[in-house]
Design a protein around this ligand. Structure first.
Ligand code: GDP
Ligand code: IMO
Ligand code: MG
Length: 422
């Protein structure tokens, strides 16, 4: 079977983890293809909440093959902690988890470089999660990186030392105090721990699954507006978060991509720096943040909140080739009398556009809004499209008309069960 791709269409944290967990029973394979521990994917079921950073969200189903693909950057220390944190599930993760030998490894010194670069940027900092994502992708592209398969070969420690020496030479140029030594013992312990897992050429594994008609879901991290090429550069992450990233990050040919599920919140959030045209600085923004518990799953930072932005959503739909939309957190908007949606941008010269400008700068784009009525009722227990309040149906219809993509799932709460499917 072809590979279905599930992606965030905004600035991350759209609810990807919840939906992957919900859809997982339909799939034989769930694969992560980019990003790393900057991701925080939340799953809630049976009264418990779990946040996964690097491990695919199909991990709780023993029969599913979970793959960490070559496009990912992996922190072994965080990986070990994550696995140990899941001990109570009594799942043998050495059986249902596979790591690509081509996955890049995040070293402790990558995290130091991340912090040094951010510190040096001052007020222009990206707001990185400080997990070493940018520096490890930098080393990948510069052809310096160490990969998971390298830990099996002799001389790994020497190669590690050579790369760290390079990093230390860079760090000397920054006014930045650090202690690398204390991070090294846990790092090498975690590298040993990694050896207990299935380290494979995952491009063969996944293409064999395609050939044998298995169902495969590629789980995106971050969101399309954080994409290194098409996001709000430079306030982006360092990987291709878009559909094409699933091809390069797993070794899947474009002709083998099937459905593309685009996940978006019924409003917008962003954590970290960077432009956000529809951001709310008033009581409504604060109310959405409170009702939606909008605090980062990885860093705990408050998420900035604002109205749904259709030019940005349509841009993501275009570059990703989205075939189905899933709307998340509709229940959060139940508190509002009316809901605004940005349909166009008004530019500095007075012109109106639906296109994303080359450089998204808040001061240069004024959102043009349409206002829709709120539904002002508890929808957290609604089970079908038919039972939705009329105002919610109108909201859904409005978005479908403006995006020309059907909304197939509406999520009305964090739990697995609070999911309405068309
Ligand atoms: P991800 O990074 O895309 O997986 O999203 P996160 O897990 O970082 O953030 C989404 C947050 O919203 C998590 O706390 C989820 O439990 C929660 N969530 C997901 N769907 C819904 C929903 O429909 N309603 C509400 N109220 N919360 C949701
Ligand atoms: P999930 O998968 C939200 C943001 C950071 C920062 C920028 C660059 O949970 O949706 P990085 O650490 O990648 O160098 O940070 O990207 N960011 C995310 N925001 N959700 C994420 O992942 C994110 N991963 C990175 O806040 O602004
Ligand atoms: Mg998240």
């Amino acid at each position: 079977m072809k590979v279905d791709v599930l992606l965030g269409l905004q600035w991350g944290d759209e609810g990807k983890g919840k939906v992957v967990d919900y859809l997982a029973p339909k799939y034989n394979v769930v694969a992560r293809f980019q990003g790393g521990p900057n991701a925080g994917h939340t799953l809630e079921f049976d009264g418990h909440k779990h946040v996964l950073h690097q491990i695919p969200s199909g991990i709780f189903r023993e029969q599913i093959h979970n793959i960490i693909g070559n496009g990912v950057v992996l922190d072994p220390v965080i990986f070990k902690k994550e696995i140990e944190g899941l001990a109570k599930f009594e799942i043998d993760f050495t059986k249902n988890l596979y790591l690509s030998k081509k996955t890049q490894i995040i070293l402790p010194s990558h995290k130091l470089l991340d912090a040094a670069y951010e510190h040096a940027k001052g007020k222009d900092k990206i707001g990185s999660t400080l997990k070493g994502i940018g520096p490890s992708y930098q080393d990948k592209i510069a052809r310096n990186g160490l990969r998971v398969g390298d830990i099996l070969a002799p001389g790994f420690e020497e190669r590690y030392r050579n790369l760290v020496n390079k990093h230390e030479r860079i760090l000397q140029h920054y006014e930045f105090e650090y202690n690398l030594e204390e991070a090294e013992a846990p790092f090498f312990e975690a590298v040993e721990f990694l050896k207990g897992f299935n380290l494979v050429n995952s491009e063969y594994l996944i293409n064999e699954c395609i050939q044998s008609n298995e169902t495969i879901l590629a789980e995106g991290a971050q969101g399309s507006l954080l994409d290194i090429d098409f996001g709000s550069y430079p306030f982006v992450t360092s990987s291709n978060t878009m559909t094409a990233g699933a091809c390069t990050g797993l070794g899947v040919a474009p002709k083998n991509i099937g459905e593309v599920f685009g996940i978006f919140k019924a409003y917008c959030t962003r954590v970290g720096g960077g432009p956000f045209p529809t951001e709310l600085f008033d009581d409504t923004g604060a109310a959405i943040q409170k009702e939606g518990h909008e605090f980062g799953a990885t860093t705990g930072r408050p998420r900035r909140c604002g109205w749904l932005d259709l030019p940005a959503l349509n841009y993501a739909i275009m570059i990703d080739g989205v075939t189905q939309l899933f709307m998340m957190k509709a229940d959060v908007l139940s508190i509002l009398d009316e809901i605004k949606v940005c349909t166009h941008y008004k530019l500095k010269d007075g012109s109106i556009t639906q296109e994303m400008p080359f450089q998204l700068i808040d001061e240069d784009v004024e959102p043009v809004y349409e206002t829709l009525p709120g539904w002002k009722s508890d929808i957290s227990q609604v089970k079908s499209f038919a039972d939705m309040p009329e105002e919610l149906k109108t909201y859904i219809q409005f978005i479908e008309e403006r995006t020309k993509v059907p909304i197939k799932i509406v999520s009305v709460g964090p739990d697995r069960t609070q999911t309405i499917i068309d």
